[in-house]
Design a protein around this ligand. Structure first.
Ligand SMILES: [Zn+2]
Length: 631
């Protein structure tokens, strides 16, 4: 910055300050005490120390920003600030511990960049086009930022492993991945850059691969339990493998050609969750909302005609208007919950249905082609009326005039015969299973037939796939078996959304005042806060504070077990510092204030249990160790 540009725009008083600063270079630096102690003054924590207003809404993403963990430079991208980086690192260490429990798992780090050519050969390039970050180098070779690494790891392993005697092989990494989400949202929950743990397993036989799969399930269970994260373990369902990583469309009937596969999802129940998990308490049935089945719905005999709604959809060729008639509410009489049409279920009836269109009715009128008596067969616009099985057949004729019929009238098209078909309860193909609505609380359980389903908002934190030979066949990853034959290796892949886990943990462990990390991922175990409420009151001397810090860290002994402590030595009053410690969410705060000055006692506050204690220095370390074991 030139002196001239410094002057521009500054008031006279500011210029005076600037002059003082420039004429005294040491005041340009922040004061740092560098020793073996962790000091907040030396640490970059842009945080506020401000409590939430009581009526403001809880939002984990904004709490993480306010408390100085992350910043979001662009939609879906995040900078981890030092506090956030520490939480991430601890989470990573914890995941390492549990992955090592899967016998023989080794950690590696593959390049972020993969080639389009490789993705072409696995057949995934075309499918993932809209969500891949792609680019070209100076030689015009095409690359992409990997959203997942099945192709790369299979190629790597197949170049190094030739015999069944080198198996099983379990390789995992915790690295950044990229997906050009259409709608990045909910902070770290759904970013365009995210950290994922992905474990790839290679076995010689299907049986051995399934055994590995079970072993990984055990490690996942132990991991979630150690963090104390509640999770819903979605039971095995048939899914097309790996496409999951690229799109959110699950179990689309037409993706079945990838080969069905064993899969488990680990969902974190959360009101802000964008997925819905459906479960039955009676029999334990549990499925993702996209794939959940329900017992075939029965006609709601007491449904009033006025409570029937109509959804308009359109086909990809824009010729067929789809009118779906369904009960507006889940209950026939009182209000119940608003029903919603389920795109996947409409697609199972009309395969060409385009769920991305919002204004189907207008679009269909705009694209109207010819009339039946003028056009060639099949080239004209037409209408399909579909009646959800919940609508009693006696109501079909009485459905109230919809916007559709009003528009027909307005456009004076009444006299033209528009080919119209109906799909109803009598339909031999779909008939009584015509369930076109999203699964809701209270729907009948498809498994036991007795229980009622419950819908819970959820966020997917983990996903395990038994991939079989999905990648090893097209990428020719074969090994010689005992009989001297070349056979494709059998693969599994097991993901955990690491960056997603941070807001999930934060959501479970937080309140109106701020965060409350479980010790295992907390940025520090203990914050040591000192000072006084009043400006001129006596404060503990520097030597005392440092002595207490040293006792906390190692019991004052060389070689004592380390407790992770940070000293809040900022030039602020103690009330401000305490509020800040609560916002940041250290499991334990040790306070040196009035009690220390009067009676040489350290006050201890446990964030989670709200326990408050006063202890003498001699007992401090033992008490802290005991408390930390419970956190
Ligand atoms: Zn059930």
């Amino acid at each position: 910055m030139s002196p001239k540009s410094i002057q521009t725009g500054l008031s006279r008083t500011c210029r005076l300050c600037l002059y003082r600063i420039l004429s005294n270079p040491s005041s340009l630096k922040r004061s740092l005490v560098i020793d073996h102690r962790n000091r907040i003054s030396n640490f970059f924590v842009p945080t506020g120390g401000i409590a939430y207003k009581k009526d403001s809404q809880m939002d984990v993403h904004s709490t993480l920003i306010r408390a100085g963990y992350v910043r979001q430079p662009y939609s879906g991208f995040f900078h981890y600030l030092p506090l956030g980086q520490r939480v991430h690192q601890k989470l990573e260490q914890l995941i390492d511990k549990h992955m090592r429990s899967v016998e023989g798992a080794s950690k590696l780090a593959l390049s972020t960049i993969s080639s389009e050519e490789l993705w072409q050969s696995s057949g995934r390039l075309e499918k993932g086009l809209s969500e891949l970050f792609r680019f070209e180098d100076r030689k015009e070779s095409r690359y992409l930022l990997s959203p997942t690494h099945e192709e790369e790891i299979t190629t790597l392993v197949s170049s190094l492993v030739k015999s069944h005697k080198q198996l099983p092989l379990r390789l995992y990494q915790i690295t950044r991945k990229y997906r050009d989400e259409r709608r990045p949202r909910l902070g770290l929950m759904r970013g365009r850059e995210f950290t994922m743990k992905d474990l790839y397993t290679f076995d010689a036989t299907e049986g051995a691969a399934l055994e590995t799969y079970r072993e990984v399930q055990g490690a996942y269970k132990a991991l979630f339990e150690e963090i104390g994260l509640p999770y819903i373990h979605v039971r095995p369902i048939l899914l097309p493998p790996a496409e999951h990583f690229l799109t959110n469309e699950k179990a689309e009937a037409d993706s079945g050609n990838m080969g069905g596969s064993l899969s488990h999802e680990y969902h974190f129940p959360s009101l802000s969750g964008e997925d819905t998990v459906i479960s039955c308490r009676n029999c334990g049935y549990c499925a993702n909302e996209e794939t959940a089945q329900i017992a075939p719905p029965k006609p709601m005999l007491d449904l009033a005609v006025s409570r029937i709604a109509t959804f308009h959809g359109i086909t990809k060729d824009r010729k067929t208007l789809i009118n779906i008639h369904y009960p507006r509410y889940t209950k026939a009489t009182d209000d119940g919950v608003l029903n919603e049409v389920h795109a996947g279920r409409v697609k199972s009836v009309i395969r060409d249905f385009d769920p991305s269109v919002m204004n189907a009715l207008d679009l269909w009128f705009d694209a109207f082609v010819g009339y039946a008596h003028l056009a060639e067969e099949g080239s004209y616009s037409r209408v399909v009326n579909i009646f959800d099985a919940r609508i009693p057949p006696s109501h079909y004729k009485d459905i109230p005039p919809s916007r559709f019929s009003k528009m027909i009238e307005k456009k004076s098209m009444e006299d033209f015969p528009i080919p119209t078909a109906s799909i109803t309860l009598d339909d031999p193909e779909f008939g009584s299973s015509l369930n076109l609505l999203k699964t809701q609380d209270g729907d009948g359980c498809p498994k036991c037939g007795e229980g009622k389903l419950e819908a819970t908002g959820a966020i997917e934190l983990g996903h395990t796939f038994h991939l079989g030979t999905r990648y090893t066949v097209p990428l020719r990853a074969d090994v010689l078996n005992g009989a001297g034959e070349w056979k494709p290796m059998v693969m599994g892949c097991h993901g955990i959304g690491v960056s997603r886990m941070i807001p999930a943990i934060a959501e479970v462990y937080s309140d109106h005042n701020g965060l409350c990390w479980p010790r295992v991922v907390a940025p520090y175990d203990v914050a040591l806060v000192h000072g006084s409420v009043k400006k001129n009151a006596a404060v503990p001397p520097k030597e005392d504070i440092e002595a207490v810090y040293d006792v906390l860290v190692s019991g004052g002994l060389v070689g004592g077990t380390d407790v992770d402590v940070i000293l809040d030595d900022r030039d602020k009053d103690i009330v401000w510092k305490l509020k800040d410690a609560v916002l940041v969410g250290y499991p334990i705060v040790c306070i040196m204030g009035k009690s220390w000055v009067n009676s040489r006692k350290v006050e201890i506050e446990v964030r989670k249990t709200k326990v408050k204690l006063e202890v003498e220095l001699a007992d401090l370390r033992t008490v802290i160790e005991g408390l930390l074991k419970e956190l």
